[in-house]
Design a binder for this molecule. Sequence first.
Ligand code: PMP
Length: 283
Amino acid sequence: GKVYLNGNWINSKDAKVSVFDRGFLFGDGIYEVIPFYKGKAFLAKEHLDRLKYSLKEVELNCDISNFDSLILKAIEMAELNEEDGAIYIQVTRGMAPRTHSFPENYKATILMYAYKTDLSGFQNQFSDVLVSSDIRWHRCDIKSVSLMANILANTEAKKAGFAENIMIRDGFFTEGSHSSLFFVKDDIVYTHPNSPFILPGITRNLLIKLCKENNIEIVEKALPVSELNEVTEVFITGTTTQITAIKNLHFPDKDIKIGNEIGSITRKLQHLFSSEVKKQLGI
Ligand code: PMP
């Protein structure tokens, strides 16, 4: 398929980036993933606002004013107008001789493409996750392409046979390697507050809004590991994960079973989420 690279739509096999690109040398770049349903981008503004925030936080200069039209073009170029999928966007600090500090002058490298992926299979999944310690840096609110800690953690989960891991920092659950994390305790939904320790998930933020609109009590407070025994439902959320119910938590020394079936609040939020997608996109 065709990808967008620095102003041109070209075949992916012809899309080349310099070995001196700072994205390659340092992981000096920002990314974003935007879902689309039946060819229609969902929460594009929220995703592009987060991209803008990440770029600003790392002082990466790049004009993204045409990105809202580029993402539509990406869907078209991939001939996915009738499909479900996602748009991947990556912006790096361009090409420069290798020194840590930012180059004085640079031209950001911009990559964008759409790909097809299943966004409908989540309702009946009831998954297990590995629990690992959160070894990431203290700016997890930035959607940086430097994902070493995330890929190590997720690979550990995969080796153990699970799709995702959830992480603990200083005795509190933070989030997954590529998903946000929610708990239900006493019929109240808990999720980590937005802070430098988590990515402000777009799906997470939407779910908080849906809870508030539908009289489901939601508290943005990190769950201490010590309170896990009071938890009756766990689910993870994300652009491609959507809302996946969690059945078992695998710690290095023990397994904690959450439930025998997907919890009622998780189910309710899955339905509210699906309806919201349909409503917003008119599909
Ligand atoms: N946390 C992390 C670390 C992630 O990588 C992701 C996926 N981008 C999420 C949370 C979920 O965010 P979103 O709902 O915006 O996809």
